[in-house]
Design a protein around this ligand. Structure first.
Ligand SMILES: Nc1ncnc2c1ncn2[C@@H]1O[C@H](COP(=O)(O)OP(=O)(O)O)[C@@H](O)[C@H]1O
Ligand SMILES: N[C@@H](CCOP(=O)(O)O)C(=O)O
Length: 318
């Protein structure tokens, strides 16, 4: 159940007048989210998604909403936030921050084939290029600094074997982040959570990336690694599927060619992408937030992926 703040059509009838969307005709709660209250909203101007943010504040939201607006304005397929007549993208509803964005067509593709991965790779490269002149800055809040804070919190819960892996990988990643090659990597706004459930497809046509609430500024290669670690694997084993990896990377490279430094950094970056989600899943599993409503994701999935990336080289970047 993902409608934490109930809203009725009556509630939005007056509120919607500040947006250039005509009258509200229908409002339907969306059951699948986990963070926010989301609704499909039909107005005289078309179909939209209304979100009431349950955790992010008015101060935190501008980075994400303005980024989506910026990308949409440059032709990247993302939900476009709609401004009210004051030019604001974030407006209070029932005392909480709320926004209206365009509705993407289609549904998530949970069993992707190479053709889907190629679409994702090409759109990801376009998104990175389109973000170059985005003016707001925010670090990836789930980057190395957060890994350093979180590691000591989860270590007491781990077996010796897992604790050893986590300590060793943190050491490896600290060294990697300090090396010359890492300093040469291009960076900018990244999605940082581009999993299968955060992309819409209509058949083999990608209709949009969404759920930008882990976005931040980080290396583009980190975004590619996170995406490959989800889109191009056998879900049961974490083993990379060569055909899907090649399709995603080649399509990305055709839009924004990878650099020699990125080629050198590719294997450690795949490990970084796995470590990031192993850590966040460990944290959510052992230290769940108060009133957490969901069964946490399985941390061992990303532990398996991390071990697999350490043991076997992945296909080359290009
Ligand atoms: N712009 C959009 N267009 C179409 N569907 C959307 C859009 N935004 C969200 N959804 C739908 O709402 C669901 C929940 O969205 P999500 O961002 O994952 O919520 P939460 O932040 O609460 O986890 C998605 O799985 C998707 O089906
Ligand atoms: N993709 C992350 C968790 C974030 O969940 P999302 O539904 O907001 O993308 C994971 O799988 O651990």
């Amino acid at each position: 159940m993902a409608v934490f703040t109930p809203v009725t059509l009556d509630d939005v009838t007056q509120w919607i007048k500040q947006f250039p969307l005509g009258s509200a005709l229908e409002l339907k709660g969306i059951s699948s989210g986990i963070e926010n209250s989301n609704f499909f909203l039909t107005t005289e101007r078309g179909e939209f998604v209304l979100t009431i943010f349950e955790n992010l504040s008015f101060e935190q939201l501008p980075f994400y909403l303005n980024l989506m607006r910026h990308l949409a304005d440059r032709g990247v397929a993302v939900p476009a936030p709609v401004a009210n007549d004051q030019g604001e993208l974030i407006v209070a509803l029932h005392g909480k921050p709320a926004s209206i964005v365009t509705k993407l067509e289609g549904s998530s593709q949970m069993s992707p084939r190479p053709a889907h991965c190629a679409e994702v790779g090409a759109m990801l490269a376009r998104m990175h290029l389109a973000g170059v002149d985005y003016e707001l800055e925010q670090p990836n809040l789930r980057g190395l600094a957060w890994w350093n804070q979180t590691t000591p919190l989860v270590l007491p819960f781990l077996s010796d074997d897992k604790a050893h892996l986590l300590r060793a990988e943190m050491h490896f990643q600290e060294t990697f982040a300090g090396c010359d090659t890492y300093q040469q990597l291009q960076s900018g706004p990244v999605h940082a959570d581009l999993f299968r459930n955060n992309v819409m497809f209509d058949g083999e046509r990608l209709t949009g990336f969404f759920d930008f609430y882990f976005a931040g500024c980080d290396t583009w290669l980190f975004d590619v690694a996170v995406t490959v670690n989800d889109w191009c694997i056998d879900v049961d084993t974490g083993v990379l599927d060569e055909a899907r990896v090649r399709a995603l990377l080649d399509a990305y490279h055709a839009v924004r060619p990878f650099t020699a430094a990125e080629q050198t950094a590719w294997q450690p970056m795949l490990r970084a992408g796995a470590l990031r989600f192993w850590l966040s899943r460990l944290y959510d599993f052992y230290l769940p937030r108060e009133a957490e409503m969901l069964t946490p994701h399985d941390p061992t999935h990303f532990e398996r992926i991390l071990r697999e990336r350490i043991a076997k080289p992945a296909p080359e970047l290009f």
